[in-house]
Ligand binder design. Structure first.
Ligand code: KIV
Length: 272
């Protein structure tokens, strides 16, 4: 055992479950690169999600649909290299698991083998049951994702709150139960009413992790770039910004430009 692993206790599926059992909330954030992952891990985050939101945040696409399996593996490798304590969960990107369970398994195996991550996440309920079962049979932990599942954005046609109507709420409740029964270790609930989150979280033994899903989830997740204010115009009601980095980095850049132009940088002490 290396010095690092013996000093720091890794977060695992087991410890995530223990947190729910003792009422400790789970803190999850996204990460796509080494430097950010290192900061978040050292700060004590429980789970780092290499989300397919990298498609928006890192690559500037409008949706999560274009990102590829190879690109997700590249981001996951960078995150895994930085992390000593957090559990690293990686999104299976759009198109890498929907066709059939064989494709799903081979995508999940590639992520685990090539990145060294600890689990995968994929979107959907009964529609992807066979794929999830097959991945779980290979010993790979799976986190589910219900509610506003961004890979289905063109089917929804809107980013507004899901499962407000009874039929969709009932389907979500039964999908949540199904995902638990087949062996998912946790479940992301995105943009659903807080009362429904409470119902799901109370009815399940496995932890729920909410985004825009209210306080009753067993944990919370945000896209890190939203949380630290790097993304500028994305201001949904559920988002709390802990920093305004777009402005801070802009100010630093303006100071740097001014110093370079005025020959104030580098100084005598900053040269050889
Ligand atoms: O890709 C992502 O960032 C996600 C979270 C919003 C849960 O799936």
């Amino acid at each position: 055992m290396s010095a690092v692993t013996s000093e720091l206790k890794r977060v695992t599926t087991h410890s995530i479950q223990a947190m729910k059992n003792k009422g400790e909330k789970i803190a999850m954030l996204t990460a796509y690169d080494f430097s950010m992952a290192r900061i978040l891990d050292e700060a004590g985050i429980d789970i780092l999600l290499v989300g397919d939101s990298a498609s928006n945040v890192m690559a500037g696409h409008e949706t999560t649909l274009p990102i590829t399996l190879d690109q997700m593996i590249y981001h996951a490798q960078s995150v895994v290299r930085a992390v000593h304590r957090a559990m690293v969960v990686v999104d299976l990107p759009f198109g890498s698991y929907q066709a059939n369970s064989e494709i799903a398994l081979s995508s999940a195996i590639r992520i685990m083998k090539e990145s060294g991550a600890h689990a995968v996440k994929l979107e959907g309920g009964s529609e992807v049951e066979e794929s999830i079962k097959r991945i779980l049979m290979a010993g790979i932990p799976v986190m589910g994702h219900l509610g506003l599942t961004p890979q289905s954005i063109y089917k929804f046609g809107t980013y507004s709150v899901r499962a407000k109507e009874e039929a969709e709420a009932e389907k979500l409740l039964s999908d949540a139960q199904l995902l638990q029964n087949i062996g998912c270790f946790a479940l992301v609930l995105e943009k659903i009413p807080a009362t429904l989150t409470e119902k799901v979280s109370k009815s399940l033994e496995i932890p729920t992790i909410g985004i825009g899903a209210g306080v009753h989830a067993d944990g919370q997740v945000l896209v890190t770039h939203d949380m630290v204010g790097i993304t500028k115009d994305f201001k949904p009601r559920f988002l709390r910004r802990y920093l305004e980095l777009f402005e801070s980095i802009g100010d630093a850049t303006r100071s740097y430009i001014a110093d370079v132009k005025a020959q104030q940088f580098p100084s005598d002490k900053e040269q050889y």
